[in-house]
Design a protein around this ligand. Structure first.
Ligand code: BGN
Length: 334
């Protein structure tokens, strides 16, 4: 028992030594990390200060030219058929570079034009799948900076194709500085990728040779199916009419507008301009518009007050799919 204090003193000393060693270790570690973080900050700072020089070099190396008039990857005539099913999943898988909303632009050159493709729509999911399946690869080969806008008419009132085009124009411009607009039916697929979906120095009619018309124009002034107008050409004619409810006549009104402003129609030749139409049930709410004969005879009087300057509508929903932007709209009533 006499030894107990001695043992206690020994223990006390050993513990003190251990505590001291521990403190020493902690201090050394803290100092080490402080010095290390100081050094890292200096390295990062010196790297940051050298960033502009490095990115300048990269920028100079990556300076891109405008894409050529004849895109190099075009293949010409295309095999187009609708006998096998396609899914949106397949289209996404085959077009991995697409950005949300069905956007794409060339990576190796600067696109000549920024193109919004406007598709009027109601209850036609099947044709839309084929349209996306065929058109996305074509538009990418054509080296366009483009986006796809599907404008879906809400409700059961008669279909208003031309007003949906106007809405597509207005909505697309809210998103990007487009300078060219393609107005396309959902069921028309080009059979040749040399039929370039861009704008020309006159309003363009692209679907000149459709299978349903025996691969020829139904009449010389026909402007239906697929067409393109630059922003400038579109504004010159005050956009499209808003009052053609149901089937027929609106493209004749658009032709009259173009004609009355002294512009002409540009077209590809009958081989490059070939199209296949996807067969589908006609919208039950798209009966022939009985007013159309009277309406097209007055285009020149009505066009200044009926068009993009008088457009009213309500957006019901905007959906961003990987392959397209779908905008559901309330277009009002006849
Ligand atoms: C025309 C229609 C177009 C239609 C083409 C092709 C009219 C206006 C009165 C003559 N025009 O006759 O809307 O796209 O046929 O089907 O009906």
């Amino acid at each position: 028992m006499r030894d107990a204090p001695v043992i206690f003193i020994h223990l006390h000393r050993t513990c003190s030594l251990l505590v001291l060693l521990c403190l020493l270790h902690i201090s050394v570690t803290v100092i080490y990390y402080m010095i290390r973080s100081e050094l890292t900050e200096q390295i990062v700072a010196s790297e940051e200060s050298s960033v502009p020089a490095v990115s300048n070099v990269i920028k100079t190396e990556q300076k891109q030219d405008t894409c050529p008039d004849s895109p190099p990857r075009l293949v010409g005539p295309l095999w187009v058929e609708f006998s096998y099913p396609v899914s949106l999943g397949l289209v996404g898988f085959e077009n991995p570079a697409l950005q949300p909303g069905g956007r794409s632009k060339p990576t190796d050159c600067i696109a000549q034009q920024k193109v919004a493709v406007i598709i009027p729509f109601r209850d036609c999911d099947e044709p839309l799948k084929y349209w996306l399946y065929y058109l996305h690869p074509i538009l990418q080969r054509q080296q366009l900076d483009y986006g796809i806008y599907v404008i879906n008419q809400d409700g059961e009132d008669p279909f208003n194709r031309a007003k949906l085009f106007n809405i597509g124009y207005a909505e697309a411009l809210k998103e990007y500085d487009y300078d060219c607009f393609i107005f396309s039916d959902v069921d028309l697929i080009p059979m040749d990728d040399r039929n370039i979906y861009k704008c020309y120095n006159q309003p363009r009619h692209l679907s000149v040779s459709m299978d349903k018309f025996g691969f020829r124009l139904p009449y010389a002034q026909y402007f239906g199916g697929v067409s393109s107008l630059s922003k400038e050409q579109y504004l010159k004619i005050n956009g499209f009419p808003n009052n053609y409810w149901g089937w027929g006549g609106e493209e004749d009104d658009i032709f009259n507008r173009i004609d009355s402003k002294g512009m002409s129609i540009s077209r590809p030749d009958g081989i490059i301009g070939r199209y296949r139409m996807i067969h589908h049930d006609r919208d039950k709410n798209n009966q022939p518009n009985p007013q159309r004969f009277k309406q097209i005879s007055h285009t020149r009087q009505t066009m200044a007050r009926d068009g993009i300057n008088s457009l009213t509508y309500k957006v019901v929903k905007i959906e961003k799919d990987q392959l397209f932007t779908k905008i559901t709209v309330d277009v009002g009533k006849p």
